[in-house]
Design a protein around this ligand. Sequence first.
Ligand code: GTP
Ligand code: MG
Length: 296
Amino acid sequence: MGKSGFVSLLGRANVGKSTLINRLVGRKISIISPRPQTTRNRIIGVKSGPFGQVVFMDTPGVAFHKSALSKSMIQAAEKAGAECDLAVFMADATSPDMEGDREAINRLGLDKGEGDIILAINKVDAIPKERLLGQIDKLRGLAKFIEIIPISAKNGENVDKLFELILERMPEGPAFYPEEMTTDQPENFVIGEIVREKAFLLLGQEMPYSVAVEVDSIEDKPGVTVIIMTLYVERDSQKGIVIGKNGAMLKKIGSSARLEMERRLGVKVFLDIRVKVKEKWTSNRRAFRDFGYGSE
Ligand SMILES: Nc1nc2c(ncn2[C@@H]2O[C@H](COP(=O)(O)OP(=O)(O)OP(=O)(O)O)[C@@H](O)[C@H]2O)c(=O)[nH]1
Ligand SMILES: [Mg+2]
């Protein structure tokens, strides 16, 4: 029998959790952006091999906004932290924030001394090496870490080593998921997330926090897959930002998302994105659960 276990990736928003899960699994299953609070729910990434199977859980970054959506996002992370065999707490070497890390650790219940935690200090490709030791010294007291490892999720530095450390701690057991499965996200959700990622990347600072995407239909026609989806925002002014002058922004978002969908699905895609206002959805639990965000 091989190894089999659950590992949660936890930390403040924007530290690189989604970048790391994609690298560990070897496939893009979680979207990435330079803005905090990109990931909105727990996303499972499965890595299978001769060693057995490790199930990683990407989680929403811990940020302290007051919206019901933010609170539910933290709950999703707490739940992942409680359900795993091992937690990887990630810190960001390029923007050290001891207080933020401490708050996140407390909020996630990682300060209780229960369960194994590895501290991974990410983005070490982007800082001078001599700054690292000081950071390790400061961070090591935040919880009872069994290992501390500097990594770069972006270029892969030390990620294999991190995986070895993880594997050492995994219990023996049967695999939970079929070997070929890499994520439990429904295809519809993944397709919606691609559009949200492109919106994040193209709108930059202008991106309304409240963008949500819903896939209305996916239809396979001869030679082309027709995907119709709706992008929701909370206010009319945000609708204007997303659509842009003469529809230019929406067009850019659409064509960049379509290219990625075509690569992923291996078919030609016709993509139609509509934009609608759904007032106050981030404070309405029912609404964001319908979108698939937050804790279950
Ligand atoms: N230089 C560098 N940048 C990185 C690295 N890992 C991630 N990033 C960048 O950091 C930003 C945030 O990455 P994400 O993976 O989306 O971070 P996250 O922790 O999932 O963020 P949330 O989902 O918002 O909590 C992106 O711009 C990434 O390209 C790294 O190892 N080095
Ligand atoms: Mg993320």
